[in-house]
Design a protein around this ligand. Sequence first.
Ligand SMILES: [Zn+2]
Length: 125
Amino acid sequence: MDTGICQACGTAGGALMKFSLGKDFFGRPYDRLSPSSDQSPKWYCAACSMHKNLQRDFRDIRAEYDKLSAGQGSELAKGDEFLRASVRLREIMTILGAAQEPSTLLAEKDVKLLIERLNTATMPV
Ligand SMILES: [Zn+2]
């Protein structure tokens, strides 16, 4: 049921890719975390499909950061996951910065803010 239109940017006529969330950034199955709208696969053009991956990782990391800063159990309380998340956020910034057009799915300023917050968070040992 390829409709021929990217469900993020509305581009028609290009090759579309099916995107479903699968596992989250921390390797957990997605069903208990994602809003119901994210559970059915959607169709995206190549650029949006890539940005959708970035958006998913960004959301996962932000959710865990929120838990960490609220003093709840968080994946980011593990030192190696914290590092992995920091590295991934920088990667996301680089990819967004290199994109020809701003992503419709993820704002650079949101990513930048989260990087700053992680930088000021106490790194777990
Ligand atoms: Zn698109």
